[in-house]
Write a protein that binds this ligand. Sequence first.
Ligand code: URA
Length: 433
Amino acid sequence: MRMYDVIRKKRDGGELSDAEIAFFVDGFTKGEIPDYQASALLMAIFFRGMTERETVTLTDNMAKSGDTVDLSRFGMLSADKHSTGGVGDKTTLIVAPVVASLGGRMAKMSGRGLGHTGGTVDKLESIPGYRTSLSPDEFLGQVEKIGLSVIGQSGNLTPADKKLYALRDVTATVDSIPLITSSIMSKKLAAGSHNIVLDVKVGSGAFMKTPEDAETLAREMVKIGKGCGRNVRAVLSNMDVPLGSAVGNSLEVIEAANILKGADSGDLYEVSVILSAQLVSMVRGVSVEEAERAVREAIRSGAAFAKMKEWVSSQGGDVGYLDDTDLFPAAKYRKDVTAPRGGYIFSTDAEKIGEASVVLGAGRASKEDAIDHAAGILIKKKTGDRVEKGDVICTLLTNDESSLADAEKEVLSAVGIGDEKPDNKPLVFGIIS
Ligand code: URA
């Protein structure tokens, strides 16, 4: 088989055979197919698309390109969630203990933040002592014992995706539905869970800017996941505005802990309940309504917070910080950003807020950058709120005083204030199953 022929076939709109796709994934992962030929095929896929069968085959081959996690010992109870990336999205810190407290088995590998979106691993590392790296035996043993573990991606999981994603990033081929689908779903399949909820973000802070595009991607991912034998649902959730009121690592852990201690209102609470209810209904085989009642009760009764403490303590984290969140070190510098005029806030651009948090030190512009766990933004007013001139919109927190001016400029450019009260956008645009 020649790569030249595979590229030409896709360029001319043909359907690749299973053998041709396997040849490409295997050869590219081993370094036998050069980047320039892989780039040409990616661009041909970008323009010509892929059939469902081609996407299933591509996903399956990518999932098997490296190590895979065997969760078969947990039967139908294994559960995972994936967010396509958001700002202030700390739902994993809430959903994982809620689902584990209701019988699910969450063996979760999470990523670090890059660019304007945060990562669960960075957030967890703000808890003193928390170990994000466990041996496979420790990881699975903990899930068996307490129902949950969250670690950083380890081992050689989906090397095909790592190489392909790096190439897509520099060849303008990221935003292709079959390529995004195979990238995300290959990682989820390799991570081993039977039940998977995909939180597909929609809006200014997300990959998918419109509900229509997000729905197309979500339908494709659900179809492909099911085609590979998994139980998959997708929730389309709003990312025009950051989720919750904290953006930044320890700030988000504190907000998540407060939800599990009973702060049961607001967008973060509701989205976390919706995601948890989907997983609990899959794990327990009950209706979403029944699962949702159980989820709200697990939070209200403190069972989910107790599970969060059990989880953090099992991974070496100091749970004193969850009980008394004032123990988290405070940033040295803080600055209130105030409304330049009165009116209604009609936009709180999530991407720009995420970028401002990176300027303050909460995220990284490149992989090697260090994180300031105390840095970030506490949002006091969001889209739809009424403000008077001089009201505090948000507070910037950092250990780098010189970052405050640039971050303030970025935040002010993110927040639009007008005379009309904007229409409320839904928190969730739909659920695909
Ligand atoms: N996230 C991924 O993991 N892969 C993509 O292609 C896009 C978003």
